[in-house]
Design a protein around this ligand. Structure first.
Ligand SMILES: *Cc1c(COP(=O)(O)O)cnc(C)c1O
Length: 504
């Protein structure tokens, strides 16, 4: 074999860069990163020419240009990227909890594009405060006197206890000593913040008299923790916020509430059980209520602190605040989120978490039927059906609620469900589904209309490959860029968001 012949025929970087498909990738990922990926592939090719057999080498030469765009794409993708969540779990912790919508995404893009007035008062030309961008808005939406926000709710609880109860005893019911996961455990958070835990009552029953009997000169606050990720049922008794507020007033102690998932709308309208809202808790007189930004609120990861201004002020001037403060991107997305809540209908329409919760069975069934029919039409192998399924809130919220939904279920031919799941995870836009009764289930509640198209293309390719050994798609699978669209219009394949002035 004449190796020199092959060495001479190895394509040049510059020639490859001129190809149309490669140029398209340069526009998406940048020329630098694409060139880097090409060099790497050429190195592999050279190594093969050095060590491979003639058959291996000719094979590779034949495939090289055809497969190059796919390989570049794989190498250029961000490690953190879009996936399709077909699990039906709305706040999937491993999939980033609350997905952001169009308006939230817009706000983020705008803020990332250049300088901002983050700590600059454009009225006076003097230094401003970053929380002035959102504090009044959060207060007015929740009906609180004041508001602040930090990195997440774990940080909010830590800051609250550090600023208000350091060195004091904090009374908590034994039924509310929760662990959220990720090492957030009330007793440990308390220890970190320098407060002393004084547990009262029992796991299933705690009365107001239990709290009262535990109050001493050492007491700094009464803490109520919303047991958002489990339910105690049966012979139970829980002390209400009203009772705690009455007791707090009697002994001049603040009543602090870790509300966890932080609902701002009445969940009964979605056919779920009533979950106390943040507004209700504040109205009942809670001094401080903290909650997550990326659970039921449907915003970015953040911890929201609402309540009496004098306590909020204590937190704002605490040294921890500097370590836990929000960055400008979060401020932008959080502000956009709360703005939607000024009108509840807007919130339900534009915030993906609420929109997904509000989707009706008929709509989900129709979406499943359309996807199922489209898959059958492509002629790929496998059994396809539409079946009723169960969605969950997830994220440690509403643990007892089963939300009826519809799914497309597939029994793949020529591979097991596990194999199919694995291959779906490796696709251009990974698809996360679940396996039950020997079939792979794609729950429609968490799949947007735009994603259905993408899902169809990806599944067609995957199932088509397995039965004919050939790609159904000639080029790379169609892919959608970040689509922070809660109208969820399909932005189409290979289309960049219209922010040409921004360098990513
Ligand atoms: C989720 C949760 C937390 C932690 O909130 P993060 O925003 O995840 O830090 C704390 N307390 C309760 C009751 C929760 O449900």
């Amino acid at each position: 074999m004449n190796k020199n012949y092959y060495f001479k025929n190895i394509p040049k970087v510059d020639t490859l860069l001129k190809e149309e498909r490669i140029q398209a990738l340069c526009r998406i990922y940048g020329k630098g990163s694409v060139t880097e990926a090409i060099r790497e592939e050429l190195d592999h090719l050279r190594a093969l020419v050095r060590t491979g057999t003639e058959e291996e080498i000719t094979d590779e030469f034949e495939r090289f240009t055809e497969e190059l765009p796919g390989k570049i794409e794989e190498a250029s993708r961000f490690p953190l990227r879009k996936v399709i969540n077909a699990t039906g779990i709305i706040l999937h912790t491993n999939l980033g909890r609350a997905p952001l919508g169009n308006l939230q995404g817009e706000a983020l893009f705008q803020t990332m594009g250049g300088y901002t007035n983050l700590e600059y008062d454009t009225e006076t030309g003097k230094r401003g405060k970053r929380w002035e961008h959102y504090a009044d808005l959060i207060a007015s939406v929740t009906g609180a006197e004041g508001a602040a926000a930090v990195n997440n709710n774990a940080a909010a609880v830590t800051l609250m206890l550090s600023a208000l109860t350091k060195g004091k005893e904090v009374i908590v019911s034994r039924g509310e000593l929760i662990e959220i996961g990720g090492h957030f455990r009330i007793p440990e958070v308390m220890e970190q913040s320098g407060a002393r835990l004084r547990e009262v009552g029992t796991t299933n029953r705690t009365r107001i008299s239990d709290y009262e009997e535990a109050i001493t000169e050492e007491t700094g606050a009464l803490l109520k923790v919303h047991t958002s990720n489990y339910k105690i049922i049966g012979f139970t008794e829980e002390t209400s916020i009203e009772e705690l507020v009455e007791l707090g007033e009697k002994y001049h102690l603040p009543v602090l509430v870790d509300a966890g998932s932080g609902v701002l709308v009445n969940l009964e309208q979605f056919g779920l059980a009533h979950e106390p809202t943040v507004q209700e808790m504040l109205k009942k007189g809670a001094d401080i209520v903290t909650f997550s930004g990326d659970k039921l609120l449907g915003g970015p990861q953040a911890g929201i602190i609402t309540g009496k201004q004098k306590y909020i002020n204590e937190m704002l001037k605490h040294p921890l605040m500097r370590a836990l403060r929000l960055d400008k991107c979060t401020i932008a997305a959080l502000t956009a989120t709360f703005r939607e809540y000024l009108n509840e209908n807007n919130a339900i329409e534009h915030i993906p978490v609420l929109w997904m919760l509000s989707r009706k069975s008929d709509e989900l069934k129709q979406q499943a039927q359309e996807l199922c029919a489209a898959l059958k039409n492509t002629g790929v192998s496998g059994e396809f059906a539409v079946e009723p399924s169960i969605s969950m809130m997830g994220g440690g919220s509403l643990p007892a609620e089963e939300i009826p939904s519809f799914a497309v279920t597939i029994k793949p031919a020529g591979m097991s469900c596990d194999e199919m799941a694995e291959r779906m995870r490796k696709m251009s836009v990974p698809v996360i589904a679940y396996t039950k009764n020997g079939r792979v289930w794609f729950d429609m509640r968490t799949v947007t209309a735009g994603e259905v198209h993408e899902l169809k293309c990806e599944l067609t390719m995957l199932l088509g490959e397995s039965f004919s050994g050939e790609r159904v798609w000639e080029s790379n699978p169609p892919r959608t860029r970040l689509t922070p669209n809660t109208g969820f219009e399909d932005q189409g394949a290979h289309q960049l968001p219209n922010h040409a002035h921004i360098t990513y």
